[in-house]
Design a protein around this ligand. Sequence first.
Ligand SMILES: [Zn+2]
Length: 370
Amino acid sequence: MSKAVASLSALLLCLSITLSPKASTASPQVIVSIKPIHSLVASVMAGIAVPDIMIDGANSPHDFALTPSQANKLSKADLVFWVGPELETSLSKPIKTIGQQARAIELMETKGLLKVDFREDADFDVAAGKATDHDDHKHGQKDDHDDHKHGQKDDHADHKHGQKDDHDDHKHGQKDDHDDHKDDHRAASGHHDHAHHAHGVDPHIWLDPVNAQLLVTRIAAELSRADPANKARYQANAAVTKTGLKQLIGQLKTLMEPISNRRFIAFHDAYYYFEKRFAVTAAGTVTVNPEIMPGPRRIRQIKEKIKAAGVTCIFAEPQFSPRIMKVIAAESEAQTAVLDPLGAGLTAGPGLYAKLLTNMATAMSDCLAK
Ligand SMILES: [Zn+2]
């Protein structure tokens, strides 16, 4: 080790010894549900503390069951940031029962946020799937799950009591988020029924960076409320973060402009916010509910759409089987690429958000410009 490095290490050690006790006692314990939101929170908390993360990206929030250690973290948190029951449905119940000192911030309920409903026009998966795929899905359900959800079968078997009746009541053609909904259905609260359905509000709010600016404002306000001693720092960090987001929006607009007339197919209906902000349009999605793998009929419909709409690109996602996308792309001229709306492949932290959106825009522009 060189002298300079040694003295730097010593300095850092000193700093961490002097700083960490203060940080751990003074700053609130913060836990965030998904990586993109975690990135925004981490950016606002920079220099104060590092927030915890619940869903690291290997899993989809649509298909997420709380592990005991995650439940433990949740129970110790002062502040919990999540999108809302429309996205992390399986968090609804634990969040209702978290400790008294904890405050859960449902970011869907942020003032001024652009919120859109899932698309239901005839070009989209929803309307096409509603009547025709209903029977296919129901009967094909078990096989689909066995094929595609490796390692999750036991989980299903354990929790499935009473599921069938619930499903018949609540599902309009798309199968529901089995894992997410089964407990809530039994609770019969009724208001989570529409999570990631064809209808209802689309919870992928973070994929619009203008929304992200509003989320940053809200996050800073909530942190300041929980930890008034650090308010000035949260506010300053939020201002810097929002300036960064403004620059990002400009860069992405430049990147996306040349491809605005190109049509693509995405794996699930997650990109509406991004599309709206950057003036691109999906021709359709393979599935509205990412828990449901398309049956043969649906695949045929998508293949026809790819031809009819002149789709040049098909986007898979790291959380879900890319094999099905290859099957769909076969026999067409369309290219395939991957979009990662959760930052599964990225290192968590303040820089993740900009990287996630930049990667998404780059993947779209690379694939669609061909
Ligand atoms: Zn989604």
